[in-house]
Design a binder for this molecule. Structure first.
Ligand SMILES: [Zn+2]
Ligand SMILES: [Zn+2]
Length: 170
């Protein structure tokens, strides 16, 4: 599948008068080596350990190009931080993002997918893509926080006021 994506990326670059340089190729290879959610600086460290001479600016620029070409997706984890992942054509998943440790969990829920289609239909809207992200505290981080236990008891009785939900970041 990697060859297909490489072809897409090369064509995308050609249309913009750009070339698949050794640096761009290195970023592509690192991202497509396995399915993970990488931060740009992680890619920088990995490439440097492989003795690739590459600047942080080049990595950021290449990531922008990869996202724009549609073969790499990104998940917002902080105000100014993203994680990047390779995308497989025809495959789709959404994300749960932990505010404490930054862990990114993937999920696929047919009911949510169908509901989104229904909403689009209602508005006469042709959906091309979507990204659904929920922010919260992951299972590993919840015990460390202390507070959630009290909140759980409160919601179990159904009487407690719920904290306002944070808006979903798209
Ligand atoms: Zn966590
Ligand atoms: Zn993902």
């Amino acid at each position: 599948m990697k060859d297909r994506e490489r072809g897409i990326f090369r064509k995308y670059l050609e249309r913009r008068g750009l070339k698949l340089t050794a640096e761009r190729q290195a970023v592509f290879d690192e991202l497509f080596a396995r399915h993970e959610h990488f931060e740009a600086d992680e890619l920088l460290v990995r490439l440097r350990t492989k003795h690739k001479k590459i600047s942080r600016a080049t990595i950021y620029r290449t990531l922008e190009l990869l996202v724009d070409s549609g073969i790499v997706g990104r998940v917002r984890i902080r105000e100014a931080g993203y994680r990047y992942e390779r995308l497989r054509a025809g495959e789709h998943h959404d994300h749960l993002i932990c505010n404490e440790c930054g862990r990114v969990l993937e999920f696929f829920e047919p009911k949510i997918e169908n509901l989104q289609d229904e909403v689009c239909e209602r508005y006469g809207f042709l959906p091309l893509s979507h990204s659904h992200q929920m922010r919260g505290i992951c299972r590993q981080c919840r015990p460390r926080r202390g507070r959630p236990a009290a909140r759980e008891r409160a919601t179990a009785t159904g009487s407690a006021q719920r904290e306002p939900r944070r808006p979903v970041v798209h």
